[in-house]
Design a protein around this ligand. Structure first.
Ligand code: COA
Length: 188
């Protein structure tokens, strides 16, 4: 029996291919890992090529999450260009929960591409893994991320906030029950 945390890849959507990272993705990753605006609200440093190489080396093995606490990290490949324009992540958290993460390259924002990747990873989280809830931990001021979460049915959940001092975040939660009744398009 296949571990649900070893997802069948790639996951295809209308405009995207969600897949394991490859060494050949390095040039694409350098573009957004080196962008200080993109990383402003992420617990990532701004990375030069060498640091991006180190980060990619880890991501190569994160196409599955065998143990609690592990992150599943999928490259977001834009089908039209074949370029990796971001990543979408799901951490295997305790108690049948997951933490979601997402990044898209700055020149690909505002097209609903992150949203398309989030729709696919939520379907995987709830329908394949069988999670009871997914949390998004969002830095204060990251309005684009909060809007994206709210559009997918997430609700503010102060009980799960992670307080400072380094990287305080506001928690947003999407429960299975709410996911089942939420129409992301109607909520857009
Ligand atoms: C957070 C982030 C992924 C959001 O990206 P995004 O492109 O704004 O998100 P979406 O894919 O949902 O696109 C939504 C926007 O595109 C617009 N849009 C255009 N075409 C669209 C379509 N076909 N479908 C949906 N939205 C569309 C929407 O109106 C919306 O604009 P708005 O947010 O100004 O209302 C992006 O800003 C990012 O990578 N930030 C840096 C990394 C980061 O902070 N990640 C989150 C950490 S918690």
């Amino acid at each position: 029996v296949r571990d649900p945390w070893t997802p069948p890849l790639p996951i295809r959507t209308a405009r995207l291919v969600l897949r394991a990272h490859l060494w050949s993705d390095l040039d694409d990753l350098v573009r957004f890992h080196g962008d200080a605006t993109t990383t402003q609200y992420l617990p990532w440093p701004v990375r030069d090529r060498r640091a991006t190489e180190d980060a990619l080396r880890v991501k190569l093995r994160q196409d599955r999450a065998p143990a609690e606490g592990d992150w599943l990290v999928l490259a977001i490949e834009e089908a039209a260009s074949g370029e990796v324009i971001g990543e979408v992540d799901l951490r295997r958290a305790p108690a049948l929960r997951g933490d979601i993460g997402y990044v898209v390259r700055r020149d690909r924002e505002g097209r609903g591409l992150a949203s398309e990747a989030v729709t696919a990873i939520l379907r995987y989280a709830f329908d394949v893994v069988g999670l009871h809830a997914v949390d998004a931990f969002i830095s204060p001021g990251n309005d684009a991320s909060a809007r994206l979460a709210l559009r997918h049915g997430f609700e503010r959940n102060p009980a799960r906030d992670t307080p400072g001092p380094d990287n305080p975040t506001s928690a947003y939660t999407l429960t299975l029950e709410r996911y089942r009744t939420w129409d992301a398009r109607a909520g857009a």
